[in-house]
Design a protein around this ligand. Structure first.
Ligand code: PEP
Ligand code: MG
Length: 590
């Protein structure tokens, strides 16, 4: 075997899903679902086998609840919600009935029966094109590994026990959410997986836990083995195996610098967000779950610029009632005073599927029944959401925003529903903000082309760059095969954003950006130069963006955006922006 020291440095490009730099000894994990032996039992043993399963389910429930508590105490509560879904899967009555039936009628051990049933579910989910449903296969596998481990009276699912004492970097085909949470964070500093995408649960977990992570590296190289050294560069989506002493020294210096810079940002938590020449920009945060509210406030956000309501809606049917939605929105409204919250109506569809709503399979979910289309087709449920949002507007500053707008009629019809909901509340004597502001998301090129018309109907526009990039360049945002073509700095994307901001300003309304590009420090000068009024970003990036804006001046940024018109490729624009930004905040552009 070649020793780690003699192996050449190898760079593998993936997708960075959790920023940060870490290095150390590699552990390659095999996380496959192990098939138990297909063994038969006597009829007299059936009852004790079924009891064994009940005990294993109890033990699994306890383990999942423990993990959930642990992750909540680590201030990563949004990720804890994933384990609610695991608890539901664990107790899925259809699965458990099928398992019991196999043991009773075929006289097979409960381990085998359980394995064969869940394996069938996992295999059929994996064949589905929809990425959200494919991701559910990972959840079922995660739960199944624990149950089978408990049936064997071992704690099979716990990764930490399997790690070497000195493991720092975990490499694996894929990691389940509980693999990720179970990692001993005193050892594991980073991980990289062959599979995965920005929206996978593992990516969400890594960001919550602040572990540098890269996904979609496709293949761990043949010669790579446990005990090698590696660097995970979550900023650039890079894994460097067997780094040379020079590379390692460079990365250590970068990490040191990053630590210093981040610790220096605490003093701007309460500062306004303004350029060096006094142009103010509202810097708000994006959230998916209420549990994020405290960390958002800690980071000095000026309110919530995007509350993606579909996540809680999809997580639990009980939460969909008007009473529960109202309580949920009120909590956000109260917590974000005096700044307030932009509540986006449901954006189900695309990669956020809701199986009970999609009785007919979607051949092309990202171009299908999604966002406002679904709300307008389900008026009763739309009305419940609008009434709940309006009721919350009585206790704090609430704005409402419609997603996935492709036509003017959609905006007009949505507003009619809002007006009808207002009339109902008025008639019932229920208080709400009569002046509630209404916004439209601009994330489809057709909406950009009619932005003047849309702007005349609403109080603000918010640009969803995640989708605008996907629909402008025809690149599926969750397909890692074409990830290289997903280019935030594509000149067409910049031109569409420019057009949207100008249309908003021509019509005297404000315009924000709430897609991931708002958090991209390379692009901050463009947003300043275009005169964007609001940026809504992931809370981890918030202070860096505020710092970057404070270093920039609007005049030079204005010149920059004019210069960018000369470029025809994303690469040229990216390089130009990086060079420009490096003059103002080199410390963040690593
Ligand atoms: C976007 O498309 O940029 C956006 C903010 O919405 P989502 O990511 O939820 O589609
Ligand atoms: Mg979107």
């Amino acid at each position: 075997m070649t020793s780690a020291a003699s192996k050449p440095e190898t760079r593998i490009q993936g997708i960075g899903v959790s920023p940060g730099i870490s290095w150390g000894l590699v552990e390659i994990l095999s996380t496959a679902l192990e098939e138990p032996e297909e063994a038969s039992i006597e009829r007299s043993e059936v009852e004790s086998e079924i009891n064994r399963l009940s005990l294993a389910l109890v033990a699994t429930r306890e383990q999942i609840s423990e993990l959930q508590k642990e992750i909540i105490s680590e201030d990563a509560e949004n990720s804890a919600a994933i384990f609610d879904a695991h608890l539901l899967l664990l107790e899925d009555a259809t699965v458990l009935k099928e398992v019991q039936k196999i043991t009773e009628s075929e006289l097979k051990t409960i381990d085998w029966a359980y394995f064969s049933v869940v394996k069938r579910y996992i295999d059929s989910l994996r064949k589905i094109a929809d990425p959200y449903l494919r991701e559910r296969a990972v959840d079922i596998e995660d739960v199944a590994k624990r149950v089978l481990g408990n049936l064997r009276r071992t704690t099979h699912g716990a990764v930490p026990g399997q790690l070497n004492a000195q493991t720092n970097i975990v490499l694996s085909h894929d990691l389940t959410p509980s693999d990720t949470v179970s990692m001993d964070r005193s050892k594991v500093r980073g991980f990289a997986t062959e599979a995965g995408s920005q929206t996978s649960h593992t990516a969400i977990m890594a960001r919550s836990l602040n572990i540098a992570a890269v996904v979609a590296i496709h293949k761990i190289p043949e010669g790579c083995s446990t005990g090698d050294t590696a660097i995970v560069d979550g900023h650039h989506g890079l894994v460097i195996l067997n780094p040379s002493p020079e590379t390692l020294a460079d990365y250590k210096a970068l990490a040191e610098k990053e630590k210093l810079v981040v610790s220096g940002l605490d003093n701007i938590k309460d500062a306004p967000t303004e350029t060096s020449d006094g142009v103010t920009i509202t810097l708000s945060a994006n959230i998916e779950f209420l549990q994020e509210l405290s960390s958002v406030a800690d980071q000095g956000a000026e309110g919530i610029g995007l509350y993606r309501t579909e996540f809680f809606y999809l997580s639990n049917q009980e939460l969909r009632s008007e009473e529960n939605q109202t309580a949920n929105y009120r909590e956000v409204a109260e917590a974000t005073a005096p700044h307030g919250v932009i509540i986006r109506t449901l954006d189900i569809g695309g990669d956020k599927m809701c199986p009970e709503l999609y009785t007919v399979p979607e051949p092309n979910p990202f171009l299908g029944w999604r966002g406002i289309r679904l709300s307008l087709d389900r008026p009763a449920d739309f009305r419940i959401q609008l009434r709940s949002i309006l009721k919350a507007s009585a206790v704090g500053k609430v704005r409402v925003m419609f997603p996935f707008i492709s036509t003017l009629e959609e905006v007009q019809r949505s507003k009619q529903h809002l007006e009808a909901a207002k009339t109902e509340l008025r008639d019932q004597g229920i208080p709400f903000d009569e002046e509630i502001e209404v916004g439209a998301m601009i994330e489809i090129p057709s909406a950009v082309m009619i932005a003047d018309h849309i702007a005349r109907e609403v109080d603000f526009l918010s640009i969803g760059t995640n989708d605008l990039i996907q629909y402008t360049t025809a690149v599926d945002r969750v397909n890692d095969r074409v990830a290289g073509l997903y280019q935030p700095t594509h000149p067409a994307v910049i031109a569409l954003i420019r057009e949207t901001v100008e249309a908003a300003h021509r019509n005297n309304i404000w315009c924000g950006i709430c897609g991931e590009a708002a958090s991209d420090l390379r692009m901050t000068p463009i947003w300043v130069g275009l005169g964007v009024d609001e940026l809504s970003v992931g809370s981890a990036q918030l202070l860096k963006i505020r710092h970057a804006i404070s270093k920039l001046d609007s005049e030079s940024c204005g010149k920059l955006v004019e210069e960018l018109r000369a470029h025809g490729t994303a690469g040229e624009i990216e390089r130009h922006c990086i060079n420009f930004a490096k003059e103002f905040y080199p410390e963040f552009l690593i």
